[in-house]
Design a protein around this ligand. Structure first.
Ligand code: FEO
Length: 396
């Protein structure tokens, strides 16, 4: 993608990865992604803010060539993960006088991960500035907006905040700015769920710190740029806030139809009680969609058959993921069926140990569910409605 101007002298020079479908060999990317890099020209010095994934180094080089860039003084590294830092060695090779500007922790990561020599760094701290002549970069250390070394950069004169992973979206688009609010909102929410949700408390603190700052543009390192910053900061306030929605997320697997019959009955029971429900058959589910649903659902109900002695392996994966992502879910339980015994319910509960949830009594039955089992599911739906009402979550 050709370089594009944000304001005179400030350009997006990164790359679009239309075809990437998996990130970190873990996260599905239905809409591809972008690796954004930004060139800031001052009257005396030139800075590059982050680079691109090493598979796209040539595109970054080409964009700099297209702008006639023959010298870079500073390469600001906001985050050491290689989708942003991976082209730094090539940049240092090409621009012999360039220094990598970053915080101490990120410097240490870059030395370890990319073998960048120590003498190529300038180490900065929170609130430090870098003078480019008529432009000033201010650094904001913001740990845990993915890794512990992450930081933001504020271009004071133009009121542009470069946020690297924070506020990003895995959304490949040729538009510089958010082209379609609805689609980017969903993409950014999915990205938040997969990458940022475990760091909800840190992000809330960062949002508070940023609230008093005048920001005209937010330029993340994935997805389009926000020329209306409130679009994404308001969304993040919602997602990181304590409020949960009147929704049950129901990831499940059924092997021979017993758990499926329970799920089908339970979905109807919830709907009849004015409670939203999102079932996810884990044999067909995109884990990103499941993660997104977990962002603000009040309740999670896991449906599993018993395989030998414990949960179905797909359920183990989903429970592990939910435990890792730490959504703000308030209530959880397990439904399903078994043949001859096992520890499915206890195993799932143990796997969700990092969640601050209250476990409700589940419905776990031998074989195909009987009338009394369906009645127990109705009582569970009643209980969930009662809990939602008590928590001030209004059923529809
Ligand atoms: Fe986009 Fe944490 O890297």
């Amino acid at each position: 993608m050709a370089a594009r101007e944000i304001v005179p002298g400030v350009f997006a020079v990164g790359a679009i990865d239309w075809d990437r479908r998996l990130f970190d060999e873990l996260i599905p990317l239905p809409d591809g992604t972008t690796y954004n890099s930004y060139l800031v020209r001052g009257s005396e010095k030139t800075a590059l803010i982050d680079t691109v994934d090493p598979t796209k180094t040539a595109e970054l080089m080409g964009n700099l060539d297209g702008l006639g860039v023959d010298a870079i003084d500073y390469i600001v590294s906001s985050h050491a993960e290689q989708d942003h830092s991976g082209s730094i060695p090539a940049m240092l090779g090409r621009f012999g006088g360039a220094k990598v500007v970053t915080n101490q922790k990120c410097r240490d990561f870059l030395v370890d991960l990319l073998r960048i020599p120590q003498d190529r760094f300038i180490v900065i701290g929170d609130g430090d500035t870098l003078d480019l002549g008529d432009r000033t970069l201010e650094f904001i250390i913001a740990p845990w907006v993915h890794w512990p070394e992450t930081m933001l950069t504020y271009l004071r004169e133009d009121r542009i905040l470069f946020t690297c992973d924070l506020f990003g979206s895995h959304y490949a688009t040729s538009s510089l700015y958010v082209p379609d609010g609805g689609r980017v909102y969903e993409s950014a929410k999915r990205y938040y769920a997969e990458i940022m949700m475990p760091f909800r408390a840190s992000i809330r603190r960062h949002l508070e710190k940023l609230a008093s700052r005048e920001i005209d543009v937010i330029a993340p390192s994935h997805g389009p740029v926000y020329d209306r910053p409130a679009f994404i900061t308001d969304a993040y306030r919602d997602w990181t806030g304590d409020a949960v929605g009147n929704m049950v997320v129901l990831p499940y697997v059924s092997m021979h139809g017993s758990t499926q019959a329970m799920v089908d009955h339970f979905v109807d029971a919830l709907v009849q009680r004015g409670i939203g429900v999102q079932p996810f058959n884990l044999t067909k589910t995109d884990t990103g969609d499941l993660a997104k649903a977990l962002v603000d659902a009040a309740t999670v109900v896991i449906g599993s058959p018993t395989v030998i002695f414990g949960p179905h392996p797909q359920v183990i994966y989903a429970a592990y993921l939910a435990n890792l992502l730490r959504p703000k879910t308030r209530y959880a339980t397990v439904i399903g069926s078994y043949g001859w015994g096992g520890k499915t319910v206890d195993t799932v509960k143990d796997m969700l140990g990092r969640l601050k949830v209250e476990f409700l009594e589940g419905v776990y039955v031998r074989g195909y569910p009987k009338d009394e089992d369906f009645a127990a599911l109705d009582r569970l739906a009643d209980e969930i409605r009662k809990r939602h009402e008590e928590a001030g979550i209004v059923p529809s």
